[in-house]
Design a protein around this ligand. Structure first.
Ligand code: FES
Ligand SMILES: [Fe+2]
Length: 370
């Protein structure tokens, strides 16, 4: 995204982060505690859990979460911790519970809504009441078809936290879109390098010649440039209509897109772990997860209208292939960044005018981490 002489100005003297933010496990533990276990984080799409009992698990540092659709079709999140002796209940990444969730140690059994419904031989225990031993619930919220959870015991109200972007993407009608494909990548780099890389196109001409042929890194404007939501749009070059291998639309544009938005791609980072890219005919999103100080898991998903996916009439796989190639270029350079930053000779250097969003990300990040 591009720097323009608007309110989006580079904070004076902004420098890249100090090395320990990319190398210290103490910092990583702080990030788990103060960010990933305290803020709203994106964990996927509602459409991943279509059937009653369908679940996925998400691990965040030492915490593990079961997200499922319960008997009343409500999507819920529970701590993956048995209320008997604390055992982690579910180790699969995803699957289906029949009607209940059973701990593999002594068989305590929970309804999908988290209530303890079976606890062998506990009847004889004085004052034991099953109602006191439900799985611990986790705050959960659906927004635009995405699922967000917040592990804080006192989470910020979601609607309040997301008010700057709440209605912003309604033209794309993202909640109605379906996932064509999700790819999962392991990146040998700190999670912040992945986000920071996404927040600038200064690197596009060198790293992404194919992408640079579609949009010029100087042609665009940021419209969110401080706080947890950062980003803006980039205009397509003349003769280009979308981000695909030939720069043409891979299917008709989404029905409610404004004329001006048919000439643009919008890129937003949603703190801490989501990247949202809106094209005229499809939406792409990433989730980014630290698994160690220098390793991240990144997912990337491509969303299209259901009828387009079902029709098989369009070359929509092209969008996946193009961005998969571009993703890999980004992961490659992020891994090299990690390696260089680990050197004793790395030290913070000034951000360029094209990197104002990175300075804004760092500022917001530092406010929370400190
Ligand atoms: S620890 Fe789960 S049933 Fe005992
Ligand atoms: Fe890139």
């Amino acid at each position: 995204m591009n720097f323009k002489k608007t309110a989006d100005t580079l904070t004076k003297g902004a420098h890249t982060l100090e090395r320990n933010f990319y190398t210290s496990s103490e910092i990583l533990n702080k990030e788990y505690k103060n960010i990933f276990q305290s803020q709203w984080v994106c964990v996927g799409r509602e459409e991943e859990l279509t059937k009653v009992g369908q679940y996925k698990t998400i691990n965040i540092g030492d915490e593990s979460v079961i997200i499922l659709r319960d008997e009343n079709e409500v999507i819920r999140a529970h701590y993956n911790v048995c209320r008997h002796r604390g055992t982690r209940i579910c180790i699969e990444k995803n699957g289906n519970f029949s009607k209940s969730i059973q701990c593999g140690y002594h068989g305590w059994t929970y309804a999908l809504d988290g209530k303890l419904i079976g606890a062998p031989h506990m009847d004889s225990v004085e004052n034991f009441n099953k109602n006191d031993y439900s799985l611990f619930p986790i705050q959960i919220k659906a927004w635009e078809g995405f699922i967000f959870i917040n592990l804080s015991d006192d989470p910020e109200d979601f609607d309040h936290a997301f008010s700057p972007i709440n209605e912003r993407f309604s033209d794309w009608n993202i909640s109605s879109l379906k996932t064509l494909e999700t790819k999962t990548y392991e990146v040998k780099g700190n999670w912040k390098l992945v986000i920071q890389n996404y927040c600038e196109c200064y690197h596009c001409p060198i790293l992404h010649p194919e992408l640079a042929a579609i949009h010029n890194y100087m042609g665009g404007r940021n419209d969110l440039f401080e706080g947890p939501f950062l980003g803006g749009y980039m205009d397509f070059n003349d003769g280009k209509d979308s981000i695909t291998s030939n720069g043409e639309l891979c299917c008709p544009p989404l029905p409610n897109i404004k004329e001006e938005d048919k000439k643009r791609v919008y890129y937003y980072s949603i703190f801490p772990n989501m990247l949202l890219s809106l094209h005229p005919e499809y939406v792409m999103y990433h989730t980014v997860w630290p698994i160690s100080i220098n390793r991240s898991i990144v997912t990337c998903s491509w969303l299209f209208e259901k009828e387009i996916i079902d029709s098989n009439d369009h070359k929509i796989q092209d969008a996946v292939d193009f961005w998969d190639m571009t993703n890999k270029q980004d992961w490659y350079i992020s891994e090299l960044s990690q390696l260089g930053i680990q050197s004793k000779k790395y030290s913070p250097a000034p951000y360029s005018g094209q990197e104002s969003l990175l300075a804004a990300f760092d500022k917001h990040y530092k406010k929370i981490i400190n």
